[in-house]
Design a protein around this ligand. Structure first.
Ligand SMILES: [Zn+2]
Length: 77
C-alpha cells in the first residue's frame, strides 16, 4: 500500500506534509481519504440532503454568462 503523505493536524485541521502542524505546532496524522464506492450507496441520501429533486434546485446551480456576453467582455479588455 502506498505511503500516505498528506497529513492533517489533529488540533486545527490544517493540511500539510509534515507530522507537526506548520500552523499551530500540533501533531498531524495521515489524512484518510473519504470512503468511495462506484456503486455510491449513499447517493439517495445525499440527493435528499441537497434537495436535488425539488423543482427550485436547478435554479440554485451556478451558471456562466452566455457565450456572447463572455466574448463581449473579452473584446472590452
Ligand atoms: Zn494545527
Amino acid at each position: 500500500m502506498a505511503k500516505q503523505r498528506l497529513q492533517q493536524c489533529l488540533g486545527c485541521g490544517a493540511f500539510g506534509l509534515q507530522r507537526t502542524c506548520l500552523v499551530c505546532g500540533g501533531s498531524a496524522q495521515a489524512a484518510a481519504p473519504l470512503k468511495w464506492s462506484p456503486e455510491d450507496h449513499r447517493a439517495g441520501l445525499r440527493r435528499k440532503m441537497n434537495g436535488v429533486e425539488a423543482k427550485e434546485w436547478p435554479q440554485s446551480l451556478p451558471t456562466l454568462p452566455s457565450a456572447e456576453a463572455m466574448e463581449a467582455q473579452l473584446e472590452e479588455e
